[in-house]
Design a protein around this ligand. Structure first.
Ligand code: UT7
Length: 316
């Protein structure tokens, strides 16, 4: 048994192809001003030949390189995604094969946009139980495959990418770096955001999701802080799911954060990358050294199924 886990290193990957709002305005009836005002996105990255497993592997390789560990040290690979190309094998085993991880517990987890926090919570529990010592936790999406490029209500929102964390058991006597997860869902409203059946395009009742996100989530995010014993004003950064700047601003207003807190707004340059949005944004904050190592950061994901999950982590 161990006292808990911590994020040792992060990594991320985005495809090189940039698609701007003006690019979209050439193929559908939309415009840059509407997208910036109503959503907050300026551009997004769209994959070409990269598969979900490729993007996940590129992000994981960077996280592994920064962790000081090797593939031989990893005993669990967890991939949060709702856009895997195949039903079987899962993405996690493909990533493990590409990384050269020999015999890990390897599984995918699908809670759409809240997936990274669910996956991080699951890895943390496995480490606490002694079932795992070093896990790679990945959020990855190739939503461009699931986008109806003629539907302006969804086509402007999404992007592709991946973020990954190496999560390890903390040595005896040290404080854990991953706080208790606060997770849940609203099953009776689960259908308001969906990717159904054999013509799998993303559909959502955007206003219902928007209303839920701006009313229900701030108190839940505060519960995640409470579980970690961290007051909101002590947070160094807030990394919410990157769906809409108006949603982020609405939640932030109700959290009571300190004046110097860093608020992740990676969606401006990346769009909404669902399960990848939180690890992608966190990895960039770490890379740019915008948050001191060891400082408390609140992660909070929400989305399809009206699932949500969040936890306070110590910045790697
Ligand atoms: O990641 C998973 C979680 N998902 C979310 O958090 C998404 C939550 N929802 C939202 O962020 C917002 O509801 C959207 C960004 C999806 C939509 O914004 P909205 O302010 O709710 O717009 P709306 O759907 O009410 O549409 C307002 C108007 C409509 O025109 P009329 O009927 O007022 O004439 C739409 O047809 O904007 C029109 N519209 C557009 N105009 C230009 C819708 N999409 C576009 C577009 N370009 N792309």
């Amino acid at each position: 048994m161990t006292a808990g886990s911590r994020i040792v290193a992060m990594g991320h990957y985005q495809p090189s192809r940039v698609v701007t709002n003006d690019d979209l305005a050439r193929i559908i009836d939309t415009n840059d001003a509407w997208i910036r005002d109503r959503v907050g996105i300026a551009e997004r990255r769209i994959a070409d030949a990269e598969t979900v497993a490729d993007m996940a592997t590129f992000a994981a390789e960077k996280a592994l390189a920064g962790s000081g560990l090797t593939a031989a040290d990893i005993d669990m690979v967890v991939v949060a995604t709702c856009s895997s190309e195949d039903r079987c094998p899962n993405v996690a085993t493909r990533v493990a094969a590409k990384l050269g991880v020999a015999a890990p517990a390897a599984f995918d987890l699908n809670t759409a946009c809240s997936g990274f926090s669910y996956a991080l919570g699951t890895a943390d529990h496995a480490i606490r139980a002694g079932a795992t010592r070093n896990a790679i936790v990945i959020g990855v999406e190739k939503l461009s495959d699931l986008t109806d490029w003629t539907d302006r209500s969804t086509a402007v929102l999404f992007g592709d990418g991946a973020g990954a964390a190496v999560v390890s058991a903390v040595p005896e006597g040290q404080e854990p770096g991953v706080g208790p997860v606060l997770w849940g869902s609203v099953p009776d409203k689960g259908d308001v955001l969906r990717i159904e059946g054999w013509q799998p395009y993303i559909k959502q009742e955007g206003q219902i999701v928007f209303r839920w996100a701006t009313t229900a989530l701030a108190p839940l995010a505060l519960q995640a802080c409470e579980r970690a014993g961290v007051r909101p004003e002590e947070l160094a950064a807030f990394v919410p799911h990157q769906a809409n700047t108006r949603i982020i601003d609405g939640i932030v207003k109700r959290l009571g954060l300190g004046p110097d807190v860093v608020i992740a707004k990676d969606l401006v340059e990346s769009g909404n990358t669902s399960a990848a949005s939180i690890p992608l944004a966190l990895s960039k904050l770490v890379e740019r050294r915008e948050v001191p190592s060891g400082a408390p950061v609140l992660l909070f994901g929400f989305g399809g199924g009206l699932t949500y999950a969040g936890q306070v982590v110590r910045c790697p």
